[in-house]
Design a protein around this ligand. Sequence first.
Ligand code: GLC
Length: 473
Amino acid sequence: MRQKQIFECVNELGRVELDHVTPTDAEYAISNEIRERCKELVLDNSQLEKYKENLLNDIKKGLGKKTHPSSIVKCFITYVQDLPDGTEVGKFLALDLGGTNFRVLLIELNKNHFEMRSKIFAVPQHIMLGSGEQLFDHIADCLAQFMKAEKIMNEVLPLGFTFSFPLMQKGLTKGLLERWTKGFNCSGVIGNDVVQLLKDAIARRGDIKIDVCAVLNDTTGTLMSCAWKNRHCRIGLIIGTGTNACYVESRENVENMDEPDAGSGKVLINTEWGAFGDDGSLDFVRVDYDKIIDQNSVNPGKQLHEKMISGMYMGELVRLALEVFCKDGLLFGGKGSEALSTRDRFYTKYVSEIETDAPGTFTNCKEILEELGLKHATEQDCINVRYVCECVSRRAAHLASAGIATLLNKINEPRVTVGIDGSLYRYHPHFHNLMMEKISELINPGIVFDLMLSEDGSGRGAALVAAVASRKR
Ligand code: GLC
């Protein structure tokens, strides 16, 4: 069992103070050459300021009527204009598709209390890369299995569909897929309404009935579930398989929304910031490893920001660096292994585990290197491997921080909570602290912020959006 170091985190239940101190590289004797070669991964604040400026420009283009069609950061309108107020009641179904797993949830809301039952189903690779019909049949099949097990086959429950890919929404229950991300590439879905595809698949079976009340992004779900508890929540962030953020924007800044203001003067915007950089605006910080990751992906040239940050790519970024350093004789005495040269064989969870080792100890690191056929690794190698992991994960945390700082400055409210979900943020031992530190350096004076871990945000949020929507109906 690998050691898990506990770290400070803020979750919906309150703040848990624990004992982690971010190790500084001064504590280690990292080889000079390794440090030198990793310099390109270390971003300073002037680079992050440039990033913020570029991102803000791109967000404005996404929101503008004329500029939206050609914009890179799409800033899709979610049609969610009301945050939950804690009075939502009822029984709801939620579907959550967005990463390697697919979840079906049954949620009962009762004022400030909720009960939830859920089941996880795998989405096999052949379905991720198959036809849209196969994908939606699989979803409908999982839903029917779940409803059967829960004995609700004959009920028609309101359903929220968390579909965590870029959707050009035409309303709360209509969303056209703009592009696939995160390794999915199902044919016949781009440009189509995913709610209709779901309904068609359910109709093909004929054994269950549902009432789709909303389709939403996981960032929206996260924001909603955080807002249910915390009235300062204005941003939802995911740092998991992919990365993306949504935020509360003033209605008047959203030029391309046709619907009238629902009264709140606000509208939730799904930035789809994973695509930031697809026009070259991040070239000033991208390195060769980023380019290799991109070339080897199913969506070359797309989601370049996401590829520098999220869990789907982080382990591979580290592996690419380690492989080069080994070839150049800087690691493992120049003797690699088959695993070290195998694409995607260095998992992102290894990065978290290696950085969980207490400063000066390398228990997890040694175990992982052994698993990778690098039994001959020395303590010096471990020091260096850990440093490479730190550089890659810090870079990700700093980029995400600059993104959040851009949104906090744009929202410009004195006190804002950011609801966060995603496996990388959740399991990396230092991501939270790195972000707290860096965001503080990058926001305008006078803004107070908080990062709140959202438990089951995307699923529970779907039920909340469905609840708010069905209440309005
Ligand atoms: C990808 C998707 C986006 C989602 C994010 C996190 O970037 O395009 O919709 O929110 O991953 O899951």
